[in-house]
Write a new protein. Sequence first.
Length: 324
Amino acid sequence: MRAAVSERYGGADVVVVQEVAAPVPGDDEILIRVDATTVNRTDCAYRAAHPFFMRAWTGLRRPTRTVLGTEFAGVVVGAGAGVDRFAVGDRVFGYCEGRFGAHAELLVVSQESMVATVPEGIDQATAAAATEGSHYAASAIRRSGVRAGDRVLVIGATGGIGSAAVQLLVAAGAVVTAVCPAAHVELVRGLGAAEVVALEDGDVTRSPRRFDVVIDAVGKRTFRDARRILEPRGIYVSSELGPGWQNIPLSLLGLVRRNAQRVVFPVPDEGRPVIERIREHLAAGTFRPVIDRTYPLEQIIDAYRYVETGQKVGNVVIEVRPAS
């Protein structure tokens, strides 16, 4: 089968599309013919082993998982003897960080992992782009305790996480203010944000408005910045570790300062309940991943380069099997 292989850490050029052996499903595993996958910030971080400590999971000197890819949508073409949740022919989508392997024509995952059937009316490209950003966004929302009526600021509302966060917050009844480049104001407004602030209009953390929660989906601000616009018990959540990895110790301090402004670090939830909630949102129409560009598998290096410009809007899809 064809796969995008990276046998060393580095830039996009370490990735090569080549023939590799097809995986074989175990007793509780399904074999998926991958129709579409994505290149996202998570894939870029693992490919480059940046930050360095990621090598503790991926291999100190060289990658132990040479076929990356965390998001997928495809069709079940084989199953182990113990599989009872899926059948050959099912359209499925999911997320496989840790095991990886979605940047290939065939993928094996456990039936108990983050995999679910694709809802009717959802195409494979949309399903493939539905998990990475949304499960990070959902964790940020849940761990910050957002409730209906809360005023929430989303910084970086055009990224995979930010665009998902806006939609999931609206579905939860929050009043969302979103920050994005002026060129994308109408797109973000269409996601349901009550107010959209263009980056070019000035520093939102210098405004007189106040928020219950600030979700920094691109890690461009700090808790110090956010404190100026947070309510007295407001919460700051970032998708990044922050300068000097400060968001980790600040979040630990927040565990004992619950009556003050604090940082929450959104360790992502994973597993079957997470993918089933994403499926429910897709089926209900309360969430649709934003898709920026689509590349064929043979051009995956170009996709990596584009994602790493930091200019993508939503998600970048890789078409492994051409759509019919």
